[in-house]
Write a protein that binds this ligand. Structure first.
Ligand code: PFF
Length: 443
């Protein structure tokens, strides 16, 4: 079967960075950072990014390009007949779960984009009530969930180079530009210094076991690693793409975007005097107040900047959801020999059904819980705090210990190989294992 390819190295890096940069950076990172104490969380998070999640990204790149197959297929090619393939199936399962609940928040973003651009949102008097009424409504968020999934579906169904690569090349630079403008606005607001202090001055008494597990979960989630997303993308990389350098670029871009999101949100939040730990509503409830306050008396600017922000969030969500969709679509397309469009349709339909369950867990199905969590929180917990780190542990162990060393060396072709082998073999698996045990002991 003819496989797609990224046409250029830049396209490959931008598509991977597009997968990494998403709601995880702009919505989940500030939420986690705000409820886990600010700067101290960021330090633990940075350690998790560079010591645990980055090696997993490199290992995924190696597996994907060496096998030129989807996440399940790559184990079948590189380790035929061995039980490693279970990790591939876990990846596809996680892909479905992540895409389902992610699209719910992305659907909210689509609604907010529509509402800000049509000037409806900023005319509301109580944003908290607007958000609560909206997410608990049984229909409206479901309609936006469907629209968002259809947007994702369209890009994935078109293919790798004409869809994923082309849209990433347009959307990523736009996103970075919008971010720079918004950071500039936020840090020049009155009293912004307090928010900057919150981001830069660590209070280590806040670092508990929970904070460490959350930081690791955030690191895996934000870099899209542990479930084979980037292995799938790397299977479309050309031989010339330098894997280690590309992974480092993606990690650096992703980290800069997350920290910039902090610099957009917290200075503004402190400036208007709302709570930094207001959770998932931070971006949907707090920020509209921030825009209103920051641009009081300048309605045009208020509409422009609030519109820009939600467009930014939407673009970021889209380049990420495309990559989650691709893990599942590539698997179904290549394994069951269905057309790409058919495979994509199956994935979209399953994710829509699961997504409806997640969406309803904010309203009609509020009381339906599994392990004490509604579907939305359950899917988030299962993926970010469990399947992604566990998958990462398996991927690093596989590349470090079981995959032919010569093949790994050939794919990586870098002087950093000895260091990377230490990270694959020891640091990442042991680090992830320890954080798991630490988290379990505290549970
Ligand atoms: N990294 C994405 C974000 O930060 O929003 C989320 C994500 C994408 C998670 C792809 C998992 C994945 F496979």
């Amino acid at each position: 079967m003819e496989r797609g390819n990224f046409g250029s190295k830049v396209g490959a890096v931008l598509a991977s960075a597009g997968s990494a940069v998403g709601l995880g950076n702009i919505w989940r990172f500030p939420t986690e950072c705000g409820s886990n104490g600010g700067a101290a969380f960021i330090l633990v998070y940075l350690a998790c990014v560079f010591l645990l999640a980055m090696p997993v990204m490199v290992a995924e790149f190696v597996m994907g390009r060496a096998s030129r197959s989807n996440t399940v297929g790559s184990y079948a090619v590189l380790a035929p007949g061995k039980p490693w393939i279970v990790s591939g199936f876990m990846g596809v399962l996680a892909g479905f779960l992540v895409l389902s609940y992610y699209s719910v928040v992305a659907g909210w973003t689509l609604d907010y984009t529509y509402e800000t651009l049509s000037c409806g949102l900023m005319a509301e008097s109580d944003f908290g009530k607007y958000f609560a009424d909206f997410v608990s409504n049984p229909w409206r968020p479901v309609v936006f969930l469907l629209l968002f999934l259809l947007l994702t579906h369209f890009v994935v169904a078109v293919g790798v180079e004409k869809g994923i690569e082309r849209y990433s090349k347009i959307m990523m630079p736009m996103l970075l530009l919008i971010m720079v403008v918004l950071v500039g606005v936020s840090i020049t607001m009155p009293n912004a210094a307090e928010g900057i202090r919150f981001l830069l001055r660590p209070d280590f008494s806040k670092v508990t076991r929970d904070v460490i597990l959350s930081a690791m979960g955030q690191a895996f989630f934000t870099l899209s690693v542990g479930i084979g997303t980037l292995a799938t993308y790397a299977s479309y990389f050309s031989k010339e793409t330098r894997l280690f350098q590309s992974a480092m670029s993606v990690c650096v871009i992703d980290t800069l975007v997350a920290i910039s999101a902090g610099f957009i949100i917290f200075p503004a939040v402190f400036s208007v005097g709302v709570n930094a730990d207001s959770g998932p509503g931070l971006v949907f409830i707090t920020l509209p107040y921030v825009f209103r306050e920051a641009f009081a008396g300048m309605p045009l600017l208020m509409y422009v900047f609030s519109g820009l922000f939600y467009v930014l969030l939407l673009l970021a969500a889209l380049t990420s959801s495309i990559s989650m969709h691709e893990i599942c679509t590539a698997y179904i397309h290549e394994t069951f020999k269905l057309s790409r469009k058919m495979a994509a349709t199956i994935v979209t339909s399953i994710c829509f059904c699961l997504g409806v369950a997640c969406s309803l867990s904010f309203g009609l199905w509020k009381d339906v819980t599994v392990m004490g969590m509604g579907f939305f929180s359950l899917f988030d917990f299962l993926t970010a705090k469990f399947l992604m780190p566990l998958g990462g542990l398996l991927i690093c162990t596989f590349v470090g210990w079981d995959m032919r060393h010569k093949l790994v060396a050939e794919e990586l072709n870098t002087k950093a190989l000895p260091l990377l082998m230490i990270l694959f073999r020891w640091v990442a698996p042991m680090g992830i294992g320890l954080v798991f045990i630490y988290g379990l002991v505290s549970a």
